[in-house]
Design a protein around this ligand. Structure first.
Ligand code: LMR
Length: 394
């Protein structure tokens, strides 16, 4: 059987984990995979998560099946977290999924069931795993311009022009906040103009919101998605708890649908559950139960939001510090955009060769497209790092 197979190409982001681990240099810097790190380079279990896990351990009386949709309390809490506590939930339906990637995949399968000929428009650049996830579900993709590497800004006019050519019924994959890999987000006015275009062209928004709380705050980061939900007739959202609750390996996410009517939302939900049944049956429970406990307990929730505030403030400080160091070392404002971007990533605009030189000569690890994980920046060596970056520029 297996003699027909060729080795699969390793995932470029995940491969960096092994490369970094095997590098013996003591001053190596890991700006690779999108995992939050504290000043000591650790990814600790959050205090609120630890407390909720203890409570779950004490209170959970059974590990029997919960159901295809996962934990109902988790799903309700996630709808409120993502769409706001005052959201009209009559047309919203949620299913717990194995992480944000799992949510993306079940929604992609649902879209394929509903409209197999649809093209999914993805931003250029986007998170590299978007394409395999969409293609695995049988969907075609096309890209719309998004990022101007020279200025570090969103190419909004070009984006709108490209989407203006999309066919009615096509899907537009959007990053809710903290765009991965660029860190450059749409403004409120741009979300509003985009909503008009989506309605006018009858395009279906599919929003990947994996970093809520990492940009400007839990509500601010969901503002674009909430604006769309108030204006478009239907949409889908894939939400992840990996980053903002730091439960990466527990695989916690939610697939959320907004239907045109409550009845259509119910039908779409039933199909989503049938997709899940055919793929993995039921999502893993532990992490979602922990998130449900945190989101529904005022004290634990406040503790978590405080921790999230600290994480966000630290990333903004690192962004500002690194942008300053780059300005000093390069004698230019070329990298000032690093301070303006939001979330865990910025793309520095280096070539693949320059990224390789940084890795080989300086032990600095980043994704080939020069995406850096801001949380990996070393607080006390920002100028050394900036000097290394400047040294590989042509
Ligand atoms: C990333 O973009 O680094 C993360 O989302 C991890 C992943 O799955 O690629």
């Amino acid at each position: 059987m297996f003699e027909t197979l060729q080795p699969a190409a390793p995932d470029k982001i995940l491969a960096l984990i092994g490369l970094f681990r095997d590098d013996p240099r003591p001053n190596k810097v890991d700006l690779g995979v999108g995992v939050y790190k504290d000043p000591e380079g650790r990814t600790p279990v959050m205090r609120a998560v630890r407390a909720a896990e203890r409570r779950l351990y004490d209170e959970q009386g059974s590990k029997s099946y919960v159901g295809l949709a996962g934990d109902p309390g988790f799903n309700t809490a996630m709808v409120s977290l993502v769409f706001g506590p005052g959201a009209d939930t009559s047309r919203l339906r949620a299913v717990q999924a194995p992480g944000g990637s799992g949510a993306l995949r079940v929604i992609a399968e649902l879209l394929h069931r509903s409209r197999p000929q649809a093209t999914v428009w993805i931003s250029d650049p986007t998170w590299p795993n978007h394409v395999p996830i969409l293609n695995a579900a049988g969907l075609k993709t096309a890209s719309y311009p998004y990022f101007d590497a020279a200025t570090g800004t969103v190419r909004f006019d070009a984006m709108m022009a490209a989407l203006g050519d999309a066919a009615a019924g096509d899907v537009v994959l959007l990053h809710g906040c903290c765009h991965n890999p660029t860190g450059a987000d749409l403004t409120h006015a741009q979300w509003s103009a985009l909503a008009d275009l989506l309605v006018e062209r009858q395009l279906f928004p599919f929003v990947d919101i994996a970093y809520q709380g990492f940009g400007d705050g839990l509500d601010a980061d969901a503002a674009g998605l909430r604006l769309l939900a108030a204006r478009v007739p239907e949409l889908a959202a894939a939400s992840s708890c990996s980053k903002n609750l730091s439960v990466y390996r527990d695989r916690v996410g939610a697939a959320i649908l907004l239907g045109r009517t409550p009845a259509e939302a119910d039908t779409a939900l039933s199909q989503l559950l049938s997709v899940a049944r055919g793929m993995y049956s039921m999502p893993p429970d532990h992490g979602a139960a922990v998130v449900r406990i945190i989101l529904s307990d005022p004290a634990l929730r406040a503790e978590w939001e405080g921790e999230l505030d600290e994480i966000r403030a630290r990333m903004i400080r690192l962004r500002e510090g690194f942008a300053d160091a780059l300005r000093r070392q390069s004698n230019s404002d070329r990298f000032d955009f690093v301070a303006r971007h939001r979330g865990m990533f910025s793309r520095l605009g280096l070539t693949v060769e320059q990224v390789a030189r940084l890795r080989e000569k300086h032990g600095v690890y980043m994704v080939d497209d020069s995406r850096i994980n801001v949380a990996g920046l070393p607080d006390d060596r920002l100028d050394d790092l900036a000097k290394a970056v400047v040294s590989v520029l042509d």
